[in-house]
Design a protein around this ligand. Structure first.
Ligand SMILES: NC(=O)c1ccc[n+]([C@@H]2O[C@H](COP(=O)([O-])OP(=O)(O)OC[C@H]3O[C@@H](n4cnc5c(N)ncnc54)[C@H](OP(=O)(O)O)[C@@H]3O)[C@@H](O)[C@H]2O)c1
Length: 374
């Protein structure tokens, strides 16, 4: 209705032009110019509404068609590429498989110098050879440093060893981690303690050992592989894992403002379901029991390669937080962030149904096993 007012305003023309606009017959039916200020307000409201609608549509499209949060998608297209990290010394824990391994290849392609840590030295040597191959690096560019992240007393000497080899640490990626599978009510405290030791206190201790060197150089970057589990209070039989990742988020969100003035960035990466060996070493409800599970290849999960690429983009752009996931994870994250009560309500309703289904499935399995005399 008000287009005859709007366009000239947008084009910076005088009121008189309005009457000459090609839709003058419309103007004749309005009360212009007596209610001009009222119309002006309405016009601006239409513009604002239109812009908001376009923005919301744009965000929805990005969330539903993308595999990371909107900012990271924009960074991938228009921001710095991981190649800007060339020559940086990057220390990755949990580099012997999964996301850490894929990230090592991503950093090798960017021609970083690498420190690879985990408990299985043989696997680390395999990853090292592949890093040299994909990145065209030399033997001296990659240091294999065996480290159990729970052995806090060894962290200081590990840092010294990295310094002796490369004289600096630019980026520490705290990626090592474990998960659990078991009901909250039946899980023993030893499982909670193990997950807190590996997923939280390990990264905290190693970061404390690395930070003084970064602070003295006025430069550095700490990265933690958190999880969607660190953002959503929506665990099904993985409460200890979810709890540990929430703690990790809290610890490192608190570090970020403290070291900001020292030019040290802190990036929390929150991946959703990624296809890796995470379930192999997962803890069960009783102390010492290991799941030795495999991820269902038919369930839609992102590849560790794609996850590592997006992590590398987040690191190159020094993002505070990065969400990396398939659509269902992203939708949950955005719902949880902007409509927390609605999200909690959904979780309660759907979890109850899902848990009943899982329990039914387990009971049927048990019954058929007892019938078959197993
Ligand atoms: N896969 C997913 O869906 C997913 C989603 C969100 C977040 N994440 C997180 O991503 C990280 C990597 O997991 P992933 O999925 O890549 O699983 P993964 O393939 O099992 O990798 C886990 C890594 O952590 C290392 N690790 C475990 N315990 C350790 C310890 N005590 N000391 C040193 N290293 C240890 C393992 O190496 P060794 O066994 O050789 O020590 C391995 O390299 C974890 O923090 C996990 O929580 C995974």
């Amino acid at each position: 209705m008000y287009i005859q007012h709007l366009l000239p305003q947008l084009l910076g023309q005088q009121q008189t032009l309005i009457m000459n606009f090609s839709v003058t017959n419309l103007a004749a039916t309005t009360s212009y110019p007596t209610c001009y200020s009222g119309h002006l307000v309405m016009d601006w409201l239409y513009i604002v509404n239109g812009l908001v609608a376009v923005f919301v549509a744009f965000c929805l499209l990005m969330i539903l068609s993308g595999d990371s949060d909107i900012l990271l998608q924009l960074m991938e297209r228009f921001g710095k590429s991981p190649e800007c990290l060339t020559e940086k010394v990057v220390w990755i824990t949990g580099a012997s498989s999964g996301i850490g391994e894929a990230l090592a290849y991503e950093m090798a392609r960017a021609r970083c110098r690498l420190v690879l840590s985990a408990r299985r030295e043989k696997e680390l040597e395999r990853v090292k050879m592949e890093c040299i191959r994909v990145g065209g690096l030399s033997q001296e560019d990659v240091l294999v440093l065996k480290l159990d992240i729970k052995e806090y007393s060894e962290h200081e000497s590990a840092v010294q060893q990295v310094h002796k080899t490369f004289q600096k640490i630019d980026i520490l990626i705290n990626n090592a981690g474990r998960t659990n599978k078991g009901k909250w009510t039946s899980t023993c405290l030893a499982v909670d303690q193990e997950l807190l030791a590996v997923n939280v206190l390990g990264p905290v201790s190693l970061t404390r050992a690395v930070l003084p060197h970064m602070m003295s150089r006025n430069e550095g970057h700490i990265v933690v592989t958190s999880s969607v589990a660190g953002k959503l209070g929506a665990a099904l039989y993985a409460g200890s894992y979810f709890g540990s990742k929430h703690a990790l988020q809290g610890w490192f969100d608190s570090l970020r403002p403290e070291v900001y003035s020292k030019n040290i960035a802190v990036t929390s990466v929150c991946p959703g379901p990624i296809y890796t060996n995470l379930l192999q070493d997962a803890l069960k409800e009783k102390e010492g029991e290991i799941l030795q599970g495999r991820m269902d290849p038919h369930k839609h999960r992102m590849s560790s390669k794609r996850c590592a690429r997006l992590m590398a983009v987040a690191i190159a752009n020094r993002c505070d937080e990065a969400w990396i996931s398939t659509t269902s994870g992203l939708v949950s994250l955005y719902l949880n962030q902007y409509f927390p009560d609605t999200f909690k309500w959904f979780v309660k309703i759907f979890s109850a149904k899902l848990m009943a289904e899982i329990d039914n499935e387990l009971n049927t399995k048990l019954e058929s096993q007892t019938k078959n005399g197993k």
